[in-house]
Design a protein around this ligand. Structure first.
Ligand code: HAM
Length: 430
């Protein structure tokens, strides 16, 4: 019989690697908490039109990469509906903001999420069909200050703190402004004009992009097309005064906080909802990501709530590719070394199994991380297992049980100590 495997582009995360995943997520929760973010969990599938309207019909994500199906009607109250596994979480968060009337609280909303997203992309290192994002969104009515440049800088400074706290080395922040919802169409029109006479000389992929979504041409890495792309109009020349001023304020606040950045005029990002500030954090070659060097991306989306039928609610947010962050930490080998258990309790013979289990129970109740062996193991085998798993081994034999004095073997120090049972937990904690 053929052996079943995880579907292409998906993968299992196993211990001990999951220790690192939990460490990254715990750090995100701790850091984001200090900036006043609370957790939101939205459904993994949504009505397809949420992404069509929010992310944009013409984007690669919506036009090519979504897992979409017709959900059959099951009962009178159900009607057939097109559903989609979420390819990203911003649209879902804004839908929830509208649905739960969070605007009525009058407060700025600061929400973060950690969860899987789904895109049917060509799988490669750092690019999966099910991948994890750690993201956050800040949004609210305009008078809550949600559109302030201070928010953009605060989010970027938080990301810089998060990456530094995790020990990620060599990250770079690129920023740009894609202007207001009126600047963008003017710029796209200018791009189309500039592309028309040169299009035929470009690679097939860019010829198609020039036709369907000219902004995507700017993302192209095709070496043959770089000269043409460098000569195209720059979005910076199409910003209205308010957007130009907003961007200047973001940069000034980053300077004040000491967050280093470069302005990349070609950074337009692949989702349609962006207005004004856009950004990406990348890591240097050799950080384990190959060509997928974007660790995270985000930006401002001042019109998204209205695009989804909600009230005006400017916002800004980001999503970190958690898989990529883990690969980077592993490649840079600055991840905390895999923590070992405090003790391995080894019964000497089957008759000591119950006594060993009781001792393990006592030590666990005292807050220690403990594994218990089985008396049928030969001593050598117990030693090997214990050395892999734990810092110390506690031997439970007939003598130990009757005398209440236990033998503790310390693997790193290579010594053996006799410890009274009442002092064992304290001893193991040291
Ligand atoms: P995005 O740039 O599409 O933005 O994705 C953000 C990050 O998710 C990327 O920088 C990358 O690290 C990771 N990522 C994307 N696709 C994959 C994949 N197939 N495999 C592994 N990692 C991947 C968004 O999703 C926006 N919702 C971000 C945002 C939040 N903008 C405003 N608020």
């Amino acid at each position: 019989m053929a052996i079943l495997k995880a579907v292409r582009g998906t993968r299992d995360l196993l211990p001990p690697e999951t220790v690192l995943w939990n460490h990254v997520e715990a750090t995100a929760r701790a850091v984001f908490g200090r900036y006043g973010f609370g957790e939101i969990r939205t459904p993994i599938f949504e009505d397809t039109s949420l992404f069509a309207r929010g992310v944009g019909e013409e984007t690669d994500i919506v036009s090519k990469e979504m897992y979409t199906w017709e959900d059959r009607a099951r009962a009178d109250s159900d009607s057939a509906q097109s559903l989609t596994l979420r390819p990203e979480n911003t649209a879902g968060v804004v839908r929830a903001y509208i649905e739960h009337k969070l605007a009525d609280t009058g407060m700025l909303q600061k929400l973060f999420y950690i969860g899987p997203q789904f895109r049917r992309e060509r799988p490669q290192r750092g690019r999966y069909r099910q991948f994890w994002q750690i993201g956050a969104e800040v949004l609210g009515p305009a008078w809550s200050g949600a559109d302030s440049a201070l928010r953009d800088a605060e989010v970027l400074e938080m990301l810089s703190t998060f990456l530094t706290e995790l020990g990620v080395k060599g990250w770079k922040l690129e920023v740009n402004s894609v202007g207001s919802s009126t600047d963008r169409p003017r710029y796209v029109a200018a791009l189309r004009d500039a592309l028309a006479p040169v299009r035929a000389r470009m690679t097939a992929d860019n010829q198609r992009r020039a036709e369907t979504n000219p902004l995507r041409v700017l993302d192209s890495k095709a070496p043959e097309d770089q000269e043409i792309i460098d000569g195209l109009p720059k979005i910076a020349d199409f910003l209205d005064d308010a957007s130009r001023d907003h961007f200047a304020q973001v940069l000034a606040a980053l300077d004040a906080c000491g967050v280093a950045y470069t302005v990349n005029p070609r950074l337009v990002r692949g989702l349609d909802y962006y207005t004004r500030t856009t950004f990406e954090f990348t890591v240097p070659d050799g950080s384990g990501l190959g060509t997928q060097n974007a660790l995270l991306g985000g930006g401002r989306y001042d019109g998204l709530s209205e695009m989804l039928g909600g009230p005006k609610a400017p916002g800004i947010g980001f999503a970190i590719g958690e898989d990529r962050l883990i690969l980077t930490l592993q490649a840079q080998a600055n991840a905390a070394t895999e923590p070992k258990l405090d003790a391995f309790v080894a019964p000497m013979g089957l008759a000591q199994n119950a006594a060993a289990l009781v001792l393990a129970k006592e030590l666990r109740a005292a807050g220690l991380a403990v594994e218990v062996g089985d008396g049928s193991f030969r001593l050598k085998k117990s030693f090997e297992a214990a050395d892999k798993l734990a810092r110390r081994m506690v031997i439970v034999g007939e003598d130990e049980t009757s005398s209440g004095i236990l033998t503790v073997k310390d693997f790193s120090a290579g010594e053996q100590t006799k410890v009274p049972r009442a002092e064992l937990a304290d001893f193991l904690r040291r």
